[in-house]
Write a protein of this length. Sequence first.
Length: 518
Amino acid sequence: MRTIKIFDTTLRDGEQSPGASMNISEKLQVANALTELGADIIEAGFAVASPGDFESVRTVADTVKGSSVCSLARCVEKDIDAAADALKNAEQPRIHVFLATSPIHREYKLRMTTEKNIESAVAGVKYARKFCGDVEFSAEDATRTEIDHLCRVVEAVIDAGATTVNIPDTVGYATPIEMYERIKALFDRVPNVGKTVISVHNHNDLGMAVATSLAAVRAGAGQVECTINGLGERAGNCSLEEIVMALKTRNDVYDAGTRIITQKLVPTSRLVSTVTGLKVPRNKAIVGQNAFAHESGIHQDGMLKNPTTYEIMQPCDVGFQKTDLVLGKHSGRAALADRAKTLGCDLDTVQLGKVFEEFKKLADRKKNIYDEDILALIEQEIHERKDPYISRCCQAACQTAEWSLVSYDLRCRTGKEPQVRLTLRNGDREYTRETSGGDGPVDALFFAVKEITGADISIKEYSVQSVTNGEDAQGDVTILINRSGETYRGHGVSTDTIEASTVAILNAVNRSGSAISR
Ligand code: KIV
Ligand code: ZN
């Protein structure tokens, strides 16, 4: 089996995504994550482009150990000087020179003849070789270059000392079969091709970047250039996580693998998404939130019987903890029974039938069905029918709520402690407290809830998510509280996030069994 080199260009081509710019410390964080992931080469930037780019390349080159660090440069001396200077302390430096070779670029951008084109490419490679033993040459727009000219350029740059020759599909135009044929032609026609590594760098304008990269590997390419989350100029580059998992999952077809530690794909994807602010779509292959989530009843039933029915990879192989059987309107009895069991309620067939009926009605009204909703349904159905059977865990989880919110009046001002007047109901009595203090509005309300209920609790985790998009989106708050060493979860949804937070706190207090009568 061949080992394909993974050349990551998240910090260079990825950063060319509009809105994806990163500062030096963020770039360093990403570079360290890429090394831990097992990327063979990290393209840290385009040193000559700006003082900031130079500093980024230099900082990454000075720090990273274990992966090659590379800088891009045009085939001009001042670019190559800057690249060499920025890389001078790198453990494994690589200079990456490029020149467009296609007729469109030669005629309109470079105003260059074919002979001059070859001459400039050769001069660039030779000059870079003076500083570095590892030089990559990229024939920009190679897939729209006449094949005879491309073969001549490739042969000449190999003779000039290029250790890697990259054949980019700069505008994402090639089809997989064309890419296969182009790479195959280079192997068949360029006499010295064996002295270099052939690489591809494919853009995703037609959504084919991963497919064209796989086709190139099939034809003999030994390096793939890619980015985390498929970031990159316009529609982006070949996605690292997709190409790596395609090679791993279908190695029966490609007989090739990579050095990537695939369990680190999801954490790396999340890091890049956080530092760039570019969200990963839920349905993104491999690292999207839905990549291992199943909602259809038929699929969930199959998954519970044997995960290979609907999953070709294991979630833990890419860094997710587990498969997510999302409960929603398409879910079936098997998934509901399984979730109830996980929550401690072993339902018999009659109980399940009844709960399932109510669950379907609820799912029509509510997009997300949470564990608390399931517990509430079970409690309602089982209690109403006065069923003698309720498991111990289920009883504990199905505590009847005691405290509820009547009203709050909250005042927050810059530089001042928040003030709150909170009224709660317990049974038919209402309790009001006025308090001040806390780090913010939620903290202030939490303090007031403690005052009124007398529950000795602390917040372990607090998160708020928007249920839908838009100005009228509901805030969906989940809170974990600690009480006497036990953790209890609370949940609240409202268009008013403060109200949702208070309801979530009370929900957790009630579940913790706070029956303090005052
Ligand atoms: O897309 C492209 O052709 C490039 C080269 C500089 C490699 O990014
Ligand atoms: Zn590119």
